[in-house]
Every structure is written in C-alpha cells, then in structure tokens.
Design a protein. Structure first.
Length: 289
C-alpha cells in the first residue's frame, strides 16, 4: 500500500465514530426511538467508560419495531449533508443490517464491492433484534434462514473466500428467493420471552439468543464523556457474549480487529476506488498483500 494511503490513527477513527454516534443518538431522542450500545461497544462502556482502547468499530442494537421506525423516519431528521443512512437491502447495499456513515471519509474494507456506488465512508453498525419462535425447532429454523440471507447478501456484496463449502453454499443460496427466508427470520412470536440477533454481530446460535429484557430494559452509562443507553441487564448480557468480560486481555491479545485496510477521516472513499480495485486480498486470511 502506498505510503500516502496508510490507515489513520486509531484515535482519529474513534473520534469519527463518536461523531456518528452523537448524531444517531440525537435523532433517536427526537423520534423517541430506544436503542442500546451493543457488543464490544457495550463492553467498552461498562469496562472502560468509552471505547475499548484497541477497538475500531461501534455497534448499536434495536428491537425490530424500533429499527424499522428509525429506517422509515430517521433520514428526514439526519444532517444528510454530513451523514448517510445506508439501509438494509437497499439499491447499493445488499446487506441484512444498516449503517450510518460519515460523508467525506473513507473506510475501505478487505473486499471489493461488486457495486461501485456503495458508500464506503466511516460507519457505525445498526443491528436489528427479532422475536424468537416459541419452540427450539422453530428457533433453529430461524437461524438456518438467517444463514441463507447472510450468504446471499455476502455474495451480492462481493465477498471472496477460498473455502469450497462457503462458495458452494453461496452458490446454492444465490438461486433461492430471499423473501421467505427473511420472513422466517422475522416471524417469531411477538410475545416470545426470547429475542435473537441472527442478523447481527454474532455468528453462533447460543450467543445470539437471549431474554427480551436484555434488549428492552435500559440504563444510561458514560461513554467517552457522554451518557448513552446500555442494557439494564448488561452483566448477564456481557457474560453471554464474552464470559468473564471484566478480565482485560493480556497485551499480546489487545489487537485491533482491523475491519478496514484504509481509513481516512479527511477524504472521501471515492478517492480510493482505483486503489481498491487493484489491491490484492488473501481471501483465506483476509489480509492485504
């Protein structure tokens, strides 16, 4: 990678993420839409009162009805000159969750989008949380349906892999209609005591199913100097996700996940499209050569 295209410092990336969260929070408050900080972001709030020092992403979680309300109404309240709401299954975004992106920035990830009009600014992830089926078998069906949707979305996005199994599964899923599988994922019982985020950050079944109150009941906690909502059951929630979450990893394990190969807080991703076309990806390790 050319010297002038080196990744920005982590602190600068985190400041950009925080500016997006502030806008997201402002709009949610105006529209009276609840959400919670999720996954590593919630862990950061609880353990560090802000970002995990070596983390470079930011996640929020919303119950499906609140998520849909935000997608329907949030755009008109956002500062659209500065921010872009990238909605799930939209024209230039085939993915199964949404993002709020910062215009005029670049966050080039380790893949080449099939659609060159995909917005690739710095982002926060917005994940939906759906009701579970009431039976164990029904929940397993929901999980399988989510894997079909994920495979179809990744294939449309341009995901590359050396795994023959993944290639075969994506090829098989390419031929099936998406609508019935999405309906299955979202068709849990409205009064179910359990919810899932199969279309979210976790890949395993056990870490994606939890009591509804984990997502619904909220408390406010400090995050980088401001107060943001986390699960009122954050201790139980984080133990499901991470086990002994207050145990700080040893220095050798404190590595940035490196969601992107290139982050620029000052210039648009459009400046880097030629670089992205020509970058060589090791599809097995997801590293850039």
């Amino acid at each position: 990678m050319p010297e002038e295209m080196q990744k920005t410092d982590l602190a600068g990336h985190q400041r950009a993420l925080l500016s997006i969260l502030e806008e997201f929070d402002r709009v949610c408050k105006k529209l009276d839409i609840p959400y919670i900080l999720f996954a590593g972001t919630m862990l950061g709030a609880v353990r560090h009162k802000g970002f995990i020092p070596w983390d470079d992403d930011l996640d929020v979680l919303m119950l499906r009805e609140d998520y849909d309300k935000f997608l329907e109404n949030g755009e008109r309240e956002l500062d659209n000159e500065k921010f872009f709401l990238q909605k799930e299954f939209s024209k230039h975004w085939p993915m199964f969750f949404s993002k709020l992106r910062l215009n005029g920035t670049a966050c080039i990830e380790k893949y080449r989008p099939k659609d060159e009009k995909t917005h690739q600014g710095i982002y926060i992830d917005i994940f939906p949380c759906d009701s579970c089926a009431k039976t164990a078998f029904g929940r397993k069906l929901q999980f399988f349906a989510s894997k079909v949707i994920i495979a179809k979305s990744l294939d449309k996005r341009g995901y590359e892999t050396d795994s023959k199994k993944k290639k075969l599964f994506m090829a098989l899923c390419r031929a099936v209609p998406q609508k019935p599988f999405l309906f299955a994922v979202k068709s849990g019982a409205k009064d179910s005591r359990l919810v899932h985020n199969f279309l979210g950050a976790a890949s395993g079944f056990e870490k994606s199913v939890y009591p509804r109150e984990y997502a619904k009941e909220r408390v406010f906690m400090e995050f980088e100097g401001n107060e943001y909502p986390v699960s009122a059951r954050y201790d139980e929630f984080l133990r499901v996700l991470y086990g002994d979450y207050m145990q700080i990893p040893p220095p050798e394990e404190r590595k940035i996940k490196q969601h992107a190969v290139l982050v620029d807080t000052e210039n648009s991703y459009e400046n880097y499209l030629d670089f992205q076309k020509n970058m060589k990806i090791d599809v097995y390790t997801r590293s850039i050569r």
